[in-house]
Design a protein around this ligand. Sequence first.
Ligand SMILES: [Zn+2]
Ligand SMILES: [Zn+2]
Length: 314
Amino acid sequence: MIYDGQDLKLSDVNKPIIKTDHALIKILLAGICNTDFEILKGYMNFKGILGHEFVGIVEQGPQELVGKRVVGEINIPCEQCDLCIQGLHRHCRNMKVLGIKNYDGVFAEYTLLPVKNLHVVPEEIENERAVFIEPLAAAFRILEQISISNPQKVAILGDGKLGLLISKALSFSKIDHLLFGKHEEKLSLARTWTSTESSQNFRRYDRYFDVVIDATGRKSGIEQALSLVKPEGTIVLKTTIADRIDLNLSLVAVNEIKMIGSRCGPFPMAISALKEGLEVRDLIQAVFDLSDYQKAFDVARNNSLKVILKIHDK
Ligand SMILES: [Zn+2]
Ligand SMILES: [Zn+2]
């Protein structure tokens, strides 16, 4: 499926040609993410094959990987710039990002990725759970960046796909939190593992939380986070949107708030949580064949839970 800067279209593309230190992966399932919609609105000026959440099978590459089910990290650094040499690979100056920046993604039959990006999926993890590893890793990134422990008050803003996954990751890590959202069906689903609150009531929690995680994907999220967070508290920004935001940053200075940007995360943490039984299939809205991509995108655009494209059966 190709995005030409205006529309998504199905077209025939050549199977990528294997390169050294790469693997050719046959895509089984791929997840539609809000970032895909931000790209359709102009984020990153991307053109090409979208999609960065997948589980697939290695068809060509190192012998020990051929036939294995894998997931892949999405950042493809140059390994040569000063930031890469300092170990900041995820912030490479010449970064390519699978299906997001200068690199074709996984809404296709095959994709090519560096071997070092790949993680083998343990047998215990079904394809429908494995396809969540990339966004779940992004959720666990928060726990890699800040330490949260239970007497602290924690809020997640946003009951979208990412907010719900972050909530699952925190619950799995036994961190109590309040999930704010707008959609009663999603909040009632979330109440099966955490407590929830309508985002309309956010003013009741003026400067109440030690940690506020903004996963709204909206401009208003950061404003709400600024009113919810305690002085000297921490805001974690998970929202990446194409729009620019006007903000009163004096609140950050006056209340001495720490703001932490948070993006891609540790695949091994996500894999081990799923292996230990973390359930995420209740976050699947629907599965569509690739040929039904238009229907899939229509459903996904409409505040749905995770929509998955089925590309190959096995
Ligand atoms: Zn994503
Ligand atoms: Zn680099």
